[in-house]
Design a protein around this ligand. Structure first.
Ligand SMILES: *[C@@H]1O[C@H](CO)[C@@H](O)[C@H](O)[C@H]1NC(C)=O
Ligand SMILES: *[C@@H]1O[C@H](CO)[C@@H](O)[C@H](O)[C@H]1NC(C)=O
Ligand SMILES: *[C@@H]1O[C@H](CO)[C@@H](O)[C@H](O)[C@H]1NC(C)=O
Ligand SMILES: *[C@@H]1O[C@H](CO)[C@@H](O)[C@H](O)[C@H]1NC(C)=O
Ligand SMILES: *[C@@H]1O[C@H](CO)[C@@H](O)[C@H](O)[C@H]1NC(C)=O
Length: 461
């Protein structure tokens, strides 16, 4: 800063020096003042520089000292840390020793205490033993005196025994005589024993015979029971037949899920029907049932005409009966389907009517469709019934009954086959589609064979 002031003053003087004579004196004066001032300043500056230098040197010295101190301090620090660590180690080991010593001494104290206890109990035992010895010694004395008493008593008894022995001898002679008599009696006894043994053997045999007879009685009883059961069943059926003439459908039996007998106009004999009130209200007569594949449904015209199977298992009621049941009374049809995941659907129709045999039992009408599955029988309406031996379908090349291995109101051959082949766990694709199928793209296709099917009818309200 000071050297800068000096330069700028010199510059002003130079500038002023270049402007005219009249100002030369003033300039000289100024020049003089300025140069002395500048010299002053320069010397002062030098002084300052010197001071600066000494300060700087002092500073360096101090830094060196500081560094040396710091180094010393650090050295002393690490040294004292080590010393502290060593000391603390020593202290720790000593305190360990003290702890051990304490433990040992407390152990020793414990031992001492237990030894004292033992000693005390031993002393007590000793005093007890002493007492016992004194007691035994006195007892001994007592026993000794008693023993001598007993001795004299025994001696007296020996004398008595001697006398008794003599008496015994005379008695023995008497006994020997009696024994001779006894021998004869014993022979008789043995004889009796043999007889008793024989009687016992007979008794055992008789027991076995009685047991066998008991077994026979039990068997006969169970036979009798099962016959009684049969008679009861027959009675029920007979009763059913005798009261049947009043009933022409399951409507007469209300909330029933049992087998009943009905008499339908036009059908000669009364027949058994299965009623259902579980799926869609009371009064439904089941006309077809597939539940487990126990029955072959690939049958001829005559079988489908007359019906087959049993109302308590799988069956088809028969086309001739269906014709007469639906001939004069309008009927509803209810079809229930269940797959192997136990998912069930239904389709119901409000005007089910089957034609006569002359018209090949044609499906005259189905009526309006309702339900949780689509109407897969739409194309069957108006179609005649076809079996493998009676081709009435609309397909000119195939017999659809043969092709789908069933019997139905086939057209070309259609989207339903409820009399098809029962496949026991059909979750796979059926390449020939001969199973029990009902085509509904939201449920199953023709390659899925259903687990259960129920077809039932009820007179329209
Ligand atoms: C100013 O002074 C210096 C010496 O002090 C001298 O040499 C110089 O000639 C002077 N300048 C003028 C213009 O008088
Ligand atoms: C470091 O210790 C030495 C001796 O052990 C001693 O002379 C010196 O003064 C100590 N330094 C400091 C900074 O305490
Ligand atoms: C042993 O007996 C003495 C005197 O009878 C008693 O003072 C002491 O407490 C006893 N010691 C123990 C451990 O029971
Ligand atoms: C010794 O005999 C006395 C008196 O009969 C009895 O009280 C005591 O328990 C006996 N001592 C022993 C150790 O049997
Ligand atoms: C279907 O129901 C039957 C009888 O209730 C049962 O045994 C079977 O495990 C069920 N199957 C499935 C896939 O839920």
């Amino acid at each position: 800063m000071r050297s800068l002031i000096c330069v700028s003053v010199t510059f002003v003087l130079l500038f002023m020096g270049s402007s005219g004579q009249s100002r030369v004196k003033l300039t000289n004066d100024l020049n003089g003042t300025a140069s002395t001032k500048c010299q002053d300043m320069q010397s002062k500056f030098k002084q300052y520089q010197d001071v600066c230098k000494t300060i700087n040197e002092n500073r360096k010295l101090q830094i060196n000292i500081y560094e040396a101190l710091t180094r010393n301090l650090q050295l002393n620090n690490s040294h004292s840390q080590n010393t502290i660590i060593e000391h603390s180690k020593t202290i720790l080991s000593k305190s360990d020793l003290i702890h051990k010593c304490e433990l040992e001494s407390s152990n020793k104290e414990l031992k001492l205490c237990s030894l004292e206890k033992t000693l005390n109990s031993t002393q007590i035992q000793l005093s007890h033993s002493n007492e016992a010895i004194v007691n035994i010694t006195s007892l001994n004395r007592l026993l000794k005196s008693e023993l001598s008493d007993q001795k004299t008593k025994v001696e007296e008894q020996i004398l008595a025994i001697d006398e008794l022995t003599k008496l015994l001898n005379t008695e023995q002679i008497k006994v020997r005589k009696l024994n001779q008599v006894n021998g004869i009696q014993q022979a008789e006894l043995t004889d009796s024993r043999i007889r008793i043994g024989a009687l016992q053997a007979t008794a055992i045999q008789s027991t076995a015979t009685i047991e066998a007879l008991n077994q026979q009685i039990i068997e006969l009883k169970s036979q009798l029971d099962s016959r009684n059961e049969n008679i009861k069943n027959l009675n029920a059926i007979v009763e059913g037949y005798s009261s049947c003439c009043k009933a022409s459908s399951c409507v007469s039996f209300g909330a029933s899920n049992n087998v009943h007998v009905v008499k339908v106009d036009g059908v000669d004999e009364p027949f058994e029907v299965l009623c259902n009130s579980q799926l869609a209200g009371n009064g439904w007569t089941v006309i077809q049932r597939r539940i487990n594949g126990e029955l072959d449904f690939y049958r001829n015209w005559n079988d489908y005409k007359k019906g087959f199977g049993s109302p308590s298992g799988e069956f088809f009621i028969g086309l001739e009966r269906l014709y007469h049941m639906t001939k004069d009374t309008p009927h509803q049809l209810y079809i229930w389907l269940e797959d192997f995941n136990n998912i069930s659907k239904y389709a119901s129709f409000d005007d089910f009517k089957v034609a006569s045999e002359q018209q090949a039992y044609a499906l005259l009408s189905l009526g309006k469709h309702k339900g949780t599955t689509r109407n897969a029988m739409r194309v069957n309406t108006g179609q005649k019934f076809t079996t493998y031996d009676r081709d009435n379908d609309a397909d000119e090349i195939n017999n659809c009954a043969e092709r789908l291995h069933g019997a139905w109101w086939y057209d070309h051959c259609g989207f339903s086959n409820l009399n098809g082949v029962y496949k026991h766990a059909d979750l796979d694709v059926d390449p020939v589609n001969q199973g029990i199928f009902w085509v509904d793209e939201r449920f199953h296709d023709a390659d899925y064979s259903l687990k259960s099917v129920l077809m039932m009818i009820r007179p329209k309200d």
